[in-house]
Design a protein around this ligand. Structure first.
Ligand SMILES: [Zn+2]
Length: 192
């Protein structure tokens, strides 16, 4: 098992008044480093599948406005749809109690509720983690797939550097072709 994520996203203290909460999407993408706050999937290949989640669901907002940056999470469609309006405390200022509810993904504690297998699968490490795991459907296969594509992508980039030292032109050509094809097709996945 390895840590669920490499770092905790941090929101800037953005107080800009906007008309629609979607006006914050670019700032969220930047602060969440292009990753879903909940599953940590990177958005490179599925950019248009990324949305904005209200951490405290809109139906429970009293003092928080639906455009308040501090309540927004950059989220993949899967996590956003799965989370829906689940909010067991029913109170905007109580995020969880008795191992039910959510932790803000920008809190270091969020990442400690889960672990990741070496195969990229997410699992839970606490009772609250288990509750969130099933509500967010973190068992869905795309999380494992996207994590592995990203790992492979990074590995190929490392290999490309090592390639420079290889003498055989034939191997070099084949590997460079493979690399270019891989990049071409992964980029096609983000074209919509
Ligand atoms: Zn997600």
């Amino acid at each position: 098992m390895i840590p669920f994520r490499k770092e905790t996203p941090k929101r800037r203290d953005i107080k800009t008044v906007v008309k629609r909460y979607s006006d914050h999407k670019n700032d969220l993408k930047e602060d969440f480093k292009c990753r879903c706050g909940y599953c940590s999937d990177i958005d490179i290949w599925r950019t248009t599948w990324f949305e904005i989640d209200h951490f405290v669901p809109q139906k429970y907002l009293k003092n928080i406005k639906d455009t308040d940056y501090s309540n927004l999470v950059y989220s993949c469609r899967s996590c956003n749809n799965s989370k829906r309006a689940h909010w067991p405390t029913g109170n905007e200022s109580v995020h969880n109690q008795e191992d039910e509810g959510f932790i803000d993904p920008c809190n270091d504690e969020y990442g400690l509720q889960f672990l990741r297998g070496l195969d990229g699968k997410i699992t839970y490490s606490t009772k609250l983690g288990k509750w969130m795991f099933y509500k967010l459907k973190l068992h869905k296969p795309q999380h494992e797939v996207i994590w592995n594509i990203e790992e492979t992508y990074n590995l190929i980039n490392e290999c490309k550097e090592v390639l420079k030292e290889i003498d055989s032109p034939e191997i070099k050509d084949r590997l460079l072709t493979l690399y270019d094809k891989y990049v071409e097709y992964t980029l096609k996945l983000s074209e919509n």
